[in-house]
Design a protein around this ligand. Structure first.
Ligand SMILES: [Fe+2]
Length: 383
């Protein structure tokens, strides 16, 4: 590709709407699947969602096996067990259903089952020689965005390290977005996922990789999430949950195009405290926005205009920052790091790790190590 040329590619068909899961058997058959592997977690089984989806498959004449052993932060072990079962049951299509953990585990199993070896063989960029088995991704938390992503995050337990797998062939063939499946999702995971979705939109807006395509997706998704997240997470409003699911996918298509800016850089090293990804990213989000205001007001102002506000770019960008603080406060999402967990003496290590994150230099306003330290100190309430 020429130096100035950029590209946009989405390898996933998005099927969306309340009740859309009823069409699942038809999608399996259209993709040539003769036996499906339903990869999910015990939380969804406990909530009755696994049984519901399994029943839809049975009624639609799709043989399948249920694997609901995906833990938080799955990795080599889960994928290894899943691959054995996939082959033993002679499956040929993956349905990954849940949050980022279950969907990424499903994508990993489909990749390794098709290529052989173990998960770690495929860490990095385009390592697989064959495409994975077809994947249908069904998100049930509205946040990770992996249902529309070529990026997969899975853990190598031996190194206590979250590996990244990037391959355009790992876009799921279908993302099935049905808010009905979120009916019993408790408020807390819905909020943690939702603030991660907002961070995907905003990290796309202030990324140096932003394009007209990513901006138009990210700005719309951000405005929608500001409008709908509290209702989607805290009430039983199914229309709001559906809107939030779709906004989360749109946000991730944007950030998958631009690659993410600073909030996702600052949150990555916080994984060492076993803090949920969405929680860590959410805490760092308002501080990141404040840091970016001097250079990104013109990019944030359109979000406020979509929400019906008027004023100068700077006024509107400050209004969006105010909205962010207010919304997080209103729904009970934390906006500070706990100094008992994140010790001030840890900051040099965290900052060093930030500088090694692949998207470290992609934020519109470059953050020096001193800036990164100052941002963590602010989040700790020490500046
Ligand atoms: Fe994220």
């Amino acid at each position: 590709m020429a130096a100035n040329a950029k590209s946009f590619f989405l390898g996933t068909r998005i099927v969306h709407g309340l009740g859309a899961v009823a069409g699942l058997p038809g999608h399996v058959k259209a993709l040539g699947g003769t036996k499906a592997f339903l990869c999910t977690d015990k939380g969804l089984t406990g909530a009755g969602v696994t049984e519901r989806v399994s029943g839809i498959l049975t009624a639609g004449g799709v043989p399948h096996v249920v694997f609901d052993d995906v833990p938080e932060d799955p990795g080599v072990a889960t994928v290894g067990t899943g691959v054995e079962l996939f082959h033993a049951e002679k499956c040929d299509l993956m349905i990954g259903m849940g949050g980022g953990s279950a969907m990424c585990a499903g994508k990993g199993i489909a990749l390794v089952a098709a290529n052989g070896g173990t998960l770690t063989d495929y860490e990095g960029f385009n390592k697989a020689s064959k495409p994975p088995f077809p994947v249908i991704a069904i998100p049930t938390t509205a946040g990770s965005g992996t249902e529309v992503s070529k990026v997969n995050i899975l853990t190598d337990e031996a190194r206590n390290f979250k590996m990244s797998f990037l391959d355009e062939r790992t876009f799921p063939q279908i993302a099935l977005l049905d808010g009905e499946l979120m009916e019993k999702l408790p408020a807390w995971p819905a909020l943690v996922a939702g603030i991660d979705a907002l961070a995907h939109a905003l990290d796309a807006v202030w990324s140096v990789g932003a394009t007209q395509i990513s901006d138009s997706l990210a700005i719309t998704a951000a405005a929608t999430i500001f409008e709908v997240l509290p209702k989607a997470a805290l009430t039983g409003d199914l229309a709001a949950k559906q809107t939030m699911l779709e906004a989360s996918s749109i946000a991730n298509i944007a950030t998958g195009t631009s690659l993410p800016g600073l909030a996702h850089v600052l949150s990555q090293p916080l994984g060492r405290y076993h803090m949920a990804h969405g929680l860590a990213t959410g805490i760092m989000l308002p501080y990141t926005m404040e840091f970016n205001l001097p250079v990104a007001s013109h990019k944030l102002a359109p979000i406020a205009r979509l929400l019906g506000e008027s004023g100068s770019d700077r006024e509107l960008a400050e209004s969006i920052l105010g909205r962010l603080w207010d919304m997080m406060d209103e729904v009970g999402l934390p906006t500070s790091l706990d100094p008992a967990v994140v010790k001030e003496e840890d900051l040099p290590v965290l900052v060093e790790q930030c500088t090694k994150v692949v998207n470290y230099r992609l934020n519109l306003r470059f953050a020096s190590p001193a800036d990164l330290t100052a941002l963590y100190l602010k989040a700790l309430g020490k500046e």
